[in-house]
Design a protein around this ligand. Structure first.
Ligand SMILES: Cc1cc2nc3c(=O)[nH]c(=O)nc-3n(C[C@H](O)[C@H](O)[C@H](O)COP(=O)(O)OP(=O)(O)OC[C@H]3O[C@@H](n4cnc5c(N)ncnc54)[C@H](O)[C@@H]3O)c2cc1C
Length: 451
């Protein structure tokens, strides 16, 4: 059996995938285009370079889904996490990292591994044979992106994310909001009540527009905006074009009757749409934004029904190459049309250093299983790893697919545990306890020295 694994991209995902596969005995070739070909965000030729913030976010593995992902990766001999702890900086409950020594250590560890070779070259076409993982990240080079687009179709490859904020369903006040599709459209009751609506009076709308215009925004980085205005506009840009623009766009009040107050016609309506099969997450339709995170919370909590909203993720617009994983990948992260190619990292539609490394870890292990003739059971969706991979390879709505951070809204509920704000601490602990048990069991099913 051919046991060489080629990995394109030596970032968070590619480095982790390489480590996992090499550790299991596969020969690994990493193809990294830097420093020969640069991106607008990377500064060095190191593997595992952090391009912006130096934070791996919360390290709380009992109460936070990212912290749980840290824990799960540590249990799986994760190179990225081990190295992050080695170069940890003081940052309260967050895991901040000394970025240059971190990336130098990743590069040194992989360079020193007897099963790894690193080729500093740009891959510009999809490989026809051999076993491959594409982990080229949000700044995949133009030629390779073109090749992916040719294979998958233009619709299935995005160059920007336009992320609308996502709210936990159980934090929405349903005494104010109601479920209804515009003009009750749809064949089934489920379709006719597919949207969650939040009504606004004229005064509330005017105050909302004022806050939107005044809110602090994030600037685009140089080289980031090319092509972006062809896509969706941030809501604050729509508001700048005229105070009524949103009322004739994503906030139009037509075709809707407030079920909680049927005689009172709303002046504007904010709509939320289900974001996952479990129905635990709702995205605010058309509300992609460049507002700073703190400002987003303040402004969006002005929406009636969202005063106590908890956000699974906030909105954003970034340069980001990613594929429509729910339609293109199978549950082993393989391209359905070309199963010799896996995808991993941010290009699969996860977002963030930690999530990208996590998807690299899984892709690496899945490749090991395949090349050593093992059948791996699906990663349990009760684990942070499993919740994330299940979301991108099937749980997410394909039509509106946008990159996702790990969060507890992706986890199936634990039987007998209360929903709502009050029970949150117990609920999160129950999620993380269950995840730890299930992750250990899943890890135990793989023979890692079979290659
Ligand atoms: C401007 C910017 C700011 C960001 N800020 C943050 C942040 O603050 N926090 C956070 O968690 N995440 C941030 N992200 C997202 C972050 O980049 C990713 O989450 C993470 O780095 C993705 O890991 P990855 O392995 O998928 O991609 P990367 O880490 O980007 O690695 C991909 C690698 O592939 C290489 N490559 C690309 N094309 C080719 C090719 N054709 N041939 C060979 N090699 C190739 C690249 O050089 C790169 O080394 C940011 C992204 C951008 C673009």
């Amino acid at each position: 059996m051919e046991n060489t694994l080629n990995i394109i991209g030596g970032g968070m995902a590619g480095s982790e995938a390489a480590w996992q596969a090499a550790h299991a005995g596969l020969n690994v070739i990493i193809h990294e285009m830097r420093p020969k070909v640069e991106t607008f965000a990377h500064r060095t030729g190191n593997l595992g370079e952090m391009v912006c913030s130096n934070s791996f976010r919360s390290d709380d593995h009992e109460q936070n889904a990212v912290g749980l992902l840290h824990w799960e990766m540590m249990q799986a001999n994760g190179l990225i996490m081990q190295t992050a702890y080695k170069h940890r900086l003081p940052a309260g409950g967050a895991l901040a990292v000394d970025r240059d020594p971190f990336a130098e250590s990743i590069t040194a560890a992989l360079s020193a591994h007897p099963n790894v070779s690193i080729r500093y070259d740009e891959i510009t076409a999809l490989p026809d044979d051999g076993h491959w993982i594409i982990a080229t990240g949000p700044l995949t080079s133009g030629a390779l992106a073109e090749a992916i687009k040719t294979e998958t179709g233009a619709e299935a490859l995005a160059f920007f994310d336009a992320i609308a904020p996502i709210v936990y369903h159980d934090s929405i006040n349903m005494d104010v909001a109601w479920m209804q599709s515009r003009y009750d459209k749809g064949e089934t009751l489920e379709e006719q009540t597919a949207y969650l609506n939040c009504p606004m009076s004229k005064d509330q709308y005017e105050a909302f527009i004022d806050a939107l215009l005044a809110a602090e925004k994030t600037a685009f980085k140089e080289g980031e905006t090319a092509g972006y205005f062809d896509g969706c506009l941030p809501i604050e840009v729509m508001a700048e074009r005229g105070r009524e623009t949103l009322r004739f766009g994503p906030m139009k009040p037509v075709g809707l009757t407030n079920a909680n107050d049927p005689t009172n016609k709303p002046y504007a309506v904010v709509q939320l749409r289900r974001d996952n099969a479990l129905g635990t997450l709702y995205n605010i339709v058309g509300f992609q934004t460049k507002m700073k995170y703190g400002a987003q919370k303040d402004v969006f909590k002005m929406i009636p029904g969202l005063e106590c909203a908890e956000f699974a993720r906030l909105g954003g617009i970034h340069r980001n190459t990613f594929i429509n994983s729910p339609t293109l990948l199978d549950d082993q992260m393989r391209l359905r049309a070309r199963p010799n190619i896996r995808f991993a990292g941010q290009i699969t539609g996860v977002e963030g250093y930690v999530e990208s490394a996590a998807m690299g870890l899984l892709a690496g292990r899945m490749a090991v299983a395949e090349l050593t003739g093992q059948t791996l059971p699906p990663v349990p969706d009760t684990t942070a790893m499993g919740a994330l991979v299940t979301h991108i390879t099937g749980g997410a709505e394909a039509k509106t697919f946008q990159p996702m951070n790990v969060n507890f809204g992706l986890f199936p509920p634990v039987d007998g545990i209360k929903g709502g704000r009050r029970g949150r601490k117990d609920r999160y602990k129950a999620y993380t306890d269950r995840a730890k048990t299930d992750w250990q069991a899943w890890l135990g099913q793989m023979a890692l020295d079979a290659a």
